[in-house]
Design a protein around this ligand. Structure first.
Ligand SMILES: C[S@@+](CC[C@H](N)C(=O)[O-])C[C@H]1O[C@@H](n2cnc3c(N)ncnc32)[C@H](O)[C@@H]1O
Length: 292
């Protein structure tokens, strides 16, 4: 009998393996790097004006690669100013890797790191139980809003913690990406459970508009090479397919009909482009900058 489909999050090792493969096969981090080089300097241009210390909150900071890049830009804009960098991150494993990255990075003398091993919601609950409302000069939530139960409430809470000249930066998949096409059509056939939900910049824009919050939106072009997904039995292809559908062992557990439909969809222009014999999935991201 066929195995039932289950969420990729029920197998943390396989999830991490497929996530690493996704990073290796996509321009995800390169396109974020480009944004940090070209656009971040103007986004953070006034967050630290007149301050003796800059307070930064990273929500879902992961292993810290992008956080460290952000810190280098803030240091360049405000040389010598003390930076308090707090990180909310529920995975002990990710925090461990973050600390390793910090230890391997030079020029961080003026940065003080504090890690909170908890979810965004646990942080909010703890702060309200302790009757604390610490404010921040820069808050970022990069590729993490898929994992919160209430996206709108999470954005509203962290937005309420912004100082006067502060900014809130959200980066997540774009409403013009292949993710949007695939998930709007087949999301209900994938076994997500309550650990993850599909959201794109189109959803965030609607949430911000209805909350009356002003934002600027930047499109960050990115792709993922999914050619190996079309080679029957290819291990990397199977892992990437798991990542795309957030399903553990999608190839083995999806019905033949669903598998056929998803494979067809992945090749179509709404999801991918074929270039030089490769199938490149549209992994465009959006960076959304919100003011207080
Ligand atoms: C896809 S990773 C992104 C990491 C990093 N921001 C980056 O862009 O490389 C998502 C991160 O969010 C964390 N996460 C998951 N659920 C969360 C929650 N409810 N609150 C805060 N962080 C969460 C995960 O542990 C993971 O490190």
């Amino acid at each position: 009998m066929a195995l039932p489909m289950r969420s990729l999050f029920t197998d943390p090792d396989r999830y991490l393996q497929s996530f690493r493969l996704f990073l290796a096969n996509s321009t995800e981090h390169q396109c974020m790097q480009e944004f940090m080089e070209r656009q971040l300097p103007s986004v953070i241009g006034s967050i630290g004006n007149g301050k003796s210390a800059i307070n930064i909150l990273s929500v879902g900071g992961g292993a810290g690669e992008i956080d460290l890049l952000i810190l280098s830009k803030i240091q360049a804009r405000y040389p010598g100013v003390t930076i308090n960098n707090h990180v909310i991150e529920p995975s002990a494993d990710q925090i461990f890797k973050y600390k390793e990255h910090v230890a391997a990075t030079s020029n961080l003398e003026n940065v003080k790191f504090t890690w909170h091993e908890e979810t965004a919601y646990e942080y909010e609950s703890r702060m309200s139980a302790e009757k604390k409302t610490k404010k921040w000069d820069f808050i970022h939530m990069i590729q993490m809003l898929y994992y919160v139960k209430d996206v709108s409430a999470t954005i509203r809470y962290f937005h309420s913690l912004l100082e006067e000249q502060a900014k809130l930066l959200i980066i997540l998949v774009s409403g013009t990406s292949g993710w949007e096409t695939l998930w709007k059509k087949y999301g209900s056939s994938f076994p997500l459970g309550d650990l993850c939900c599909y959201v794109s910049s189109a959803d965030i824009k609607r949430i911000l508009d209805s909350a009356g919050l002003k934002c600027q939106l930047h499109e960050l072009p990115s792709h993922m090479d999914i050619t190996s997904c079309f080679i029957e039995g290819n291990k990397d292809g199977e892992l990437l397919l798991d990542f795309l559908t957030e399903t553990c062992e999608f190839s083995k557990t999806a019905s033949p009909e669903l598998k056929h439909q998803v494979m067809e969809e992945l090749r179509k222009p709404g999801c991918s482009q074929e270039r030089d014999g490769k199938v490149l999935f549209n992994n465009n991201l959006s960076a959304i900058v919100i003011e207080p």
